[in-house]
Design a binder for this molecule. Structure first.
Ligand code: NAD
Length: 257
């Protein structure tokens, strides 16, 4: 028996929100596994992609930075069109871009609710739809990996909108998996626990919250972006050809407790 490959050689991957944190680590890992990468950032943060594109180039892969403003439909159309124009194809989409606006449920504003749901769920869906259309046209299948969260399956304080958006991503992943299976497009999600990134730094700086988080993680530590990349590369690779509709939790045991 041959062990199935986790290599991504010859593939073109789009990784959204790759200028920092988990997205940057995923793009670097995808390139290390052999993929050429289109990495995205908000238009006013596009300079943050210089470092990750340089790292990808050092690995002998192509790395192209493009702007993306979710959930703007024109921005998504432009990203997909430029990807095809410059890379010729797209095989992998990692929907990583996302935000959290922590707020007590009794105080939550409509503006904050809409912002979180629009970026984390609506944007993720419509970008997936656009990329899937290209994959269907190419006729060779594809892999979509959604960065959900453990907060897609359990709740946490001050996260009414965030947990709702990530639970939506978990179930949307199942719907897209069954609808697009006939096109050999696998759709899966990864659900990380708390990972130390710019998104979560202020949360970790609060000693009370920090202690609460660590108490809930049987493996006894919070995550690093590098902890997430193995699951993503696996789900994007031929080793996961028969895996679809699944959310792989990278949670240190939080949801097992
Ligand atoms: N850090 C954690 O503890 C943790 C845990 C579970 C899941 N996640 C998820 O992982 C993903 C990455 O989080 P991170 O911690 O690396 O955060 P981060 O803030 O470092 O990165 C988020 C990225 O998304 C981009 N982005 C924000 N709004 C956008 C928009 N409207 N359109 C396009 N791009 C936009 C940001 O510019 C940034 O590049 C998110 O989906 C997040 O929900 C994070």
């Amino acid at each position: 028996m041959t062990v199935p490959s986790m290599r991504l050689d010859g593939k073109v991957a789009i990784v959204t929100g790759a200028g920092s944190g988990i997205g940057q680590a995923i793009a670097t890992a995808a390139a290390e596994a052999g993929a050429d990468c289109v990495v995205t950032e908000l238009p006013d943060r596009i300079g943050r992609l210089d470092e990750v594109c340089a790292t990808i180039a050092e690995m002998g892969r192509r790395g192209i930075g493009l702007p993306l403003q979710l959930p703007d439909m024109d921005s998504m159309d432009s990203l997909v069109a430029k990807t095809i124009e410059r890379m010729g194809r797209v095989d992998i989409l990692v929907n990583n871009a996302g935000i959290n606006i922590p707020m007590d449920a009794l105080e939550f504003t409509e503006e904050a609710w809409d912002a979180v749901l629009d970026i984390n769920l609506k944007g993720l869906f419509f970008l997936s739809q656009r990329v899937a259309k290209e994959m269907v046209a190419q006729g060779e299948g594809g892999k979509i990996v959604n960065i959900a969260s453990q907060n897609g399956v359990v709740g946490y304080y001050k996260r009414a909108a965030y947990c709702s958006s990530k639970a939506g991503v978990v179930n949307l992943t199942r719907v897209l998996a069954i609808e697009w299976a006939k096109h050999k497009i696998n759709v899966n999600a990864v659900g990380p626990t708390f990972i130390l990134t710019p998104l979560t730094q202020s949360t970790f700086d609060d000693p009370v919250i920090r202690e609460d988080l660590l108490r809930r993680i049987p493996l006894g530590r919070v995550g690093r972006p590098e902890d997430v990349v193995g699951a993503v590369v696996f789900l994007a690779s031929p080793a996961a050809d028969l895996v679809t509709g699944h959310t792989l939790l990278v949670d240190g045991g939080w949801t097992a407790l």
